[in-house]
Design a protein around this ligand. Structure first.
Ligand SMILES: [Mn+2]
Length: 198
């Protein structure tokens, strides 16, 4: 069984095509028109070892908001689809990730219950032209559409580029752990309820 998904989504604000393979090698091809966001999606794929392609055309003449949020929606939908009934996965994952002065912690439960606990203060509103508040928007859209519980907490950090990047890498590493199959649980759904459908 291959854990992959391919989704196309078009609205009046964005047009997104995305493919995802959970058991990949971190192969990435992303073009969203938002440079810093491409940099973050690349980090997310590389460090989760998911293969990811994203081609997005959004209403960037307004700002980056719709594009970033909608890629989060589609990536979440793709993750949910690729996971199927979640048989055999580790389900939980966590990572404490340093990047120079920044230290970000991510904890994930592939629970079927969407939740985002976000505690990441940015000291600057912008990274280049990118609004730092969009990092939270992305992860909320991702968590809610994937149906996962996601906690991200910043332990230290002042440089906004480092803070954002540490968050993406921490989530990537936590995801990698949670998505992995557990040989001791090969055909089991890791829930006492017998379902992780939410
Ligand atoms: Mn960087």
């Amino acid at each position: 069984m291959t854990r992959t998904a391919s989704i196309a989504r078009a609205t009046s604000e964005t047009d997104i095509r995305l493919t995802l393979a959970l058991d990949g090698t971190g192969k990435v091809e992303v073009a969203t028109g938002v440079g810093f966001f491409d940099h973050m999606l690349t980090a997310l794929a590389r460090h989760s070892l998911m293969d990811l392609t994203v081609a997005a055309r959004g209403d960037l003449h307004i700002d980056d908001h719709h594009t970033v949020e909608d890629v989060g929606i589609v990536l979440g939908q793709a993750l949910r689809q690729a996971l199927g009934d979640k048989r055999g996965i580790r389900r939980f994952g966590q990572c404490l990730l340093p990047m120079d002065e920044a230290l970000a912690e991510a904890a994930i439960d592939i629970s079927g219950r969407p939740f985002l606990a976000w505690s990441v203060p940015f000291q600057r509103p912008k990274i280049g032209t990118f609004d730092t508040e969009l990092v939270e928007e992305f992860f909320r859209a991702f968590a809610f559409n994937a149906g996962i519980t996601l906690h991200v907490t910043l332990k230290a950090g002042t440089n906004a580029h480092h803070v954002a990047e540490a968050c993406f890498k921490a989530v990537a590493r936590a995801l990698r752990m949670a998505l992995e199959t557990d040989p001791r649980m090969a055909n089991e759904i890791p829930s006492t309820k017998g379902s992780l459908e939410g």
